[in-house]
Design a protein around this ligand. Sequence first.
Ligand SMILES: NC(=O)c1ccc[n+]([C@@H]2O[C@H](COP(=O)([O-])OP(=O)(O)OC[C@H]3O[C@@H](n4cnc5c(N)ncnc54)[C@H](O)[C@@H]3O)[C@@H](O)[C@H]2O)c1
Length: 322
Amino acid sequence: MTIKVGAIGTGGMAGGHFRNLDRFEEVEFAAFCDISAERTANRCNEYGGNPYTDHREMFDKEDLDAVYICTPPFAHGDQELAACERQIPIFVEKPIATQMAIAEQINWAIQEKGIITSVGYHWRYQDNADYARSVLADQKIVGALGYWMGGMPGVAWWRVREQSGGQHVEQTTHIFDLCRYLVDSEVIAVHGLAVQGNTRDVANYDVDDMSVVNISFANGVVANIASACMLKGWGRVKLEVFCNGLVIDISGGSISINRDGETENYSNEVNGYTHEDRVFIDAVISGDSSEIRSPYSDALKTLQLTLAASQSFETGQPVFLS
Ligand SMILES: NC(=O)c1ccc[n+]([C@@H]2O[C@H](COP(=O)([O-])OP(=O)(O)OC[C@H]3O[C@@H](n4cnc5c(N)ncnc54)[C@H](O)[C@@H]3O)[C@@H](O)[C@H]2O)c1
């Protein structure tokens, strides 16, 4: 069976997915679309397929089985809606948008047409996440601490608040999402604080330098997640989960579990990016989306959490989610 894949947005992250897909024998690259004609031409030279700079023209001319959407956060909207009109399964990178209204409109179209979707929350597909969930199955989580303290990605749109949403919406979203995945309960309240104005050597920079967000979950768990993007050559990214007598410490490539003072360490063997691509393509082939760990409707809740934090930074007030 051949799965004809089209792609919208062919930049850095898309390149990672293309390398994975290229190794899957069922996948044929049918088309690449980007507002940069040079980028689409380069991808077509590398993988074959037809070049487009207009996604609607691509959808009209190609008979696609799936589409990868890896555009920047501010650019989402019509690409997903056009895919839904044609009933095409969608893989879309996180964060799914910078505004709830756009994401909710897309989610409504997805639900109406019953489209298979997967969002690029690859931490959910790492074996440290599996291991954490298996350990937590018979535990009661009390709280969690997470952070993404690092530097700023080099792409021009990232440093502009309207285009990326800032660090907590853009990169720390992985930690907010993993926290939701492990706590497995609805967020009921969010309160955050943020600081700006300490980065003066980057043109067009108007995002927060650092923020902290308190979260309260319906099952009683409390969490705090911090973000920073003004660091250079230093980074720390992790989620720690606390139970009675148990601490789970998850970073990008490993997990450590401390039980009553004794620590066990494990390194990941599964690459989350490869696994999420394989699971998505398998769902497209079989029509069964049950193995997808981050459908669009669930990623919508992570966006809602991070945008509630943005609102709280501005007003100084907690935001209560239904
Ligand atoms: N899951 C992860 O770990 C991870 C890592 C990096 C990036 N990402 C996400 O991937 C997305 C893209 O990031 P990136 O680093 O690849 O950015 P990028 O700037 O390198 O690539 C984005 C591409 O989209 C194109 N583009 C912009 N608007 C478009 C439009 N309307 N139609 C078609 N193409 C358009 C740009 O020309 C560019 O080629 C972001 O949402 C980012 O958060 C995810």
